[in-house]
Design a protein around this ligand. Sequence first.
Ligand code: HXC
Length: 262
Amino acid sequence: MGYENIHVEDSEGIVTVTIDRPKSLNALSTATIAELSLAVARAFGDPAAAGKALILTGAGEKAFAAGADIFEMTRMSPPQALAFSELGHRLCDALEALPVPTIAAVNGFALGGGCELAMACDLVYASENAQFGQPEVNLGVIPGFGGTSRLARRVGPQRARELIFTGDRIDAKTAQRLGLVLAVFPPGELLPNCRAVAKKIAGKGPLAVSQAKKVIAAGSDLPLPAANALERQAFAALFGSVDRTEGMAAFLEKRPARFTGC
Ligand code: HXC
């Protein structure tokens, strides 16, 4: 099946998924979210053909995604809104559960559902013209794709309250200062830098990276002793991998490691 609202490019296992509705600032319609979910499952569902990293970005120069599609939402009943919210939650959960790193390349507005989608990615980088915000209160609603929980975890509950209660937009530098964004680049340098980070990570032991991702995600919601127990188990399990033998042998032999993900 071809896509109508996104496009997907795979370059040496680095899968770039671009939300492609620039006329509506890449607003997230039901169809767009369904296509994003399918693209994520397709690119990483089959372990034999799995990609090494995912980059999520928006088409055009103005937006990553300016939120859920407001025109579509105007017609929704409460049960339909619940189904729509669940669809977005499933996509964000799927991104977080991927065994590979995910990078949001935020190239413009990341508002509402767009900001929520970016926050479901492991790493968020932005262009100088990016703007972030959860403006749902302007529409009489609240974030519905996990923004209340993920924003509070990323920037702290008090700052999340301020952003969600006021609906204010913040620029990329402010988002960086708050810890929402890792680094800010001129627009033309955003994707090359995201690809460079993805490639660097793709060269590491894939099992180790996926275990690190899993332990950080699960551990951040656990008390410290339980989180540390998870780390010990994952650390020990990796000692049964071919990649651990290869990585340590490569160090001793002073050569680059050739990881296979086994
Ligand atoms: C549908 C949208 C849209 C959106 C922009 N457009 N945002 N369409 N849904 N979220 C459309 C506009 O209608 C317009 O279409 C075109 O994109 C360009 O937008 P303009 O407003 O003309 O551009 P500009 O003046 O530059 O303003 C940009 C903007 C503004 C500040 C981003 O568009 C804006 O405030 N958009 C809404 C942002 C928002 O409230 N997001 C949160 C949505 S709620 P035409 O046809 O007129 O050219 C949400 C909830 C998630 O995300 C959870 C759901 C369960």
